[in-house]
Design a protein around this ligand. Structure first.
Ligand SMILES: *Cc1c(COP(=O)(O)O)cnc(C)c1O
Ligand SMILES: [Zn+2]
Length: 413
């Protein structure tokens, strides 16, 4: 007996039993939504649903499709439950009444991806899968490698060899089998699928394994518990998130839909997807008003969202269209500026992490959000993972001789 009732294809709507499929829809390769037993959950009280004291994503175990919380007391058990900061200075700069930044860089491997990887390792344990494999631009791999290492599970990571060195170092340190591919992320992704089939591994790929979004949805639960329930909002919350493959935004949407389905969420937040103009496949489709997502030739310094054809594009698009949100695209210059803006309130984001903040600025300019709308921006990853981009955002520091007069000269200039 599984703890979820089955799957529904996001493309054709066909339903499957838990044991019938593992990855995508056999009919059309559509991504599958995991369906919980909503009828039973609906009858439970808030206290019964959130009964777990853990300050991690495992506090939501009742709403997750796995039986057991694993890795408690290890980094795996610490994924999620990230801080949400109030940022009045940025709010007043932007003319907003309320602005929060939820900082996912404080996850154990320093990105949002830990949420998915923690759940995937738990799932792998349940189904007895010994080796978990993923393709990654860096963070998903680091998250899988780190979460797997925490409980002694084996992992294999395919990443483009152009991934930032800090991310590759992280994979190596966690003891994963790291395979760098002399090509882009899309090619690493394809190769990982072939290897999965050949060697019988369990594949965590984003926009392929239905369970990743189930881990990622826990961020929506946290936003609900710490902001929507607590802050007495008089308008729907607008949530800004950076989008590459589109699985984080789909996961957030799923989390809010789950809460709504069981009667715990009255008003759906508006979800805004933010892409780089150099990797804007979903934003392009949004602008054209179509669900046909055309591949682009991705070129952006925000490596974590650099994708030609998003693997979870359709659900990612609907996360915005079904919630009265929108998609915005911002150029790399605006992304670097956003890295600097967040830095000034003590938050160090990698470019992909700050793209959401750049997107908020654009959405305000375009009138997509109003000054009195409450806004939450997710920073999805740490700036320490990509110091080259950080240096570009921050500029050079002056170098002087060790002499007080030089300090005085510098302070006067
Ligand atoms: C993966 C990632 C994203 C984008 O998530 P998708 O699911 O690919 O849309 C954004 N920011 C960071 C830091 C990431 O690692
Ligand atoms: Zn289908």
């Amino acid at each position: 007996m599984e703890k979820y009732v089955g799957y529904r294809c996001s493309v054709c709507g066909k339903r499957y039993q838990p044991g019938e499929v593992t990855y995508t829809c056999p009919e059309d390769d559509g991504i599958l939504d995991v369906l919980l037993d909503y009828e039973t959950l609906e009858d439970k009280s808030r206290e019964e649903l959130i009964c777990f004291p853990e300050e991690s994503l495992w506090r939501y175990l009742a709403l997750l499709p796995v039986e057991e919380a694993i890795g408690l007391g290890t980094p795996l058990g610490a994924a999620g439950w990230t801080p949400t900061y109030s940022t009045p200075r940025l709010a007043s700069e932007l003319g907003l009444k309320q602005l929060w930044i939820k900082d996912e860089s404080s996850n154990p491997t320093a990105s949002f991806k830990d949420r998915a990887s923690a759940l995937l390792v738990a799932r792998a344990r349940e189904i007895g899968a010994e080796v978990i494999v993923t393709a990654s631009t860096g963070n998903a791999g680091a998250a899988l490698a780190g979460m797997a290492a925490a409980v002694g599970h084996q992992s294999v990571i395919f990443a483009p060899k152009t991934a930032p060195p800090a991310k590759i170092a992280q994979l190596q340190i966690y003891g994963a089998r790291v395979i760098l591919v002399d090509d882009n992320y899309d090619a690493a992704y394809q190769l990982s699928l072939e290897a999965t089939e050949e060697f019988g591994w369990y594949n965590r790929n984003t926009g392929y394994n239905p369970f990743t979004a189930e881990g990622k949805k826990t961020a929506a639960f946290e936003i609900w518990e710490t902001v929507i329930e607590k802050k007495d909002l008089d308008r729907p919350l607008s949530v800004f998130v950076s989008v590459g493959d589109g699985n984080i935004i789909s996961g957030l949407h799923k989390g809010f839909k789950d809460l709504s389905e069981i009667g715990m969420l009255e008003r759906m937040p508006r979800i805004f997807g933010c892409q780089s103009t150099g990797s804007a496949a979903i934003a392009n489709a949004y602008q054209k008003g179509t669900e046909e997502i055309e591949p682009v030739s991705a070129d952006t310094l925000a490596d974590s969202i650099s994708v030609n054809l998003p693997s979870d594009g359709l659900r990612a698009l609907r996360a915005a269209t079904e919630t009265e949100g929108a998609y915005v695209a911002v150029d790399d210059q605006a992304i670097l500026q956003a890295v600097a803006d967040l830095g000034r309130v003590g938050i160090f984001a990698e470019p992909a992490g700050a793209t959401s903040y750049a997107g908020l600025k654009k959405a305000l300019e375009d009138g997509l959000v109003q000054p009195r709308d409450p806004v939450l921006v997710l920073n999805t990853g740490s700036g320490l993972k990509d110091v080259d981009a950080a240096m570009e955002a921050a500029g050079e520091a002056p170098v002087i001789k060790p002499d007080l007069d030089e300090v005085k000269k510098l302070l006067e200039s």
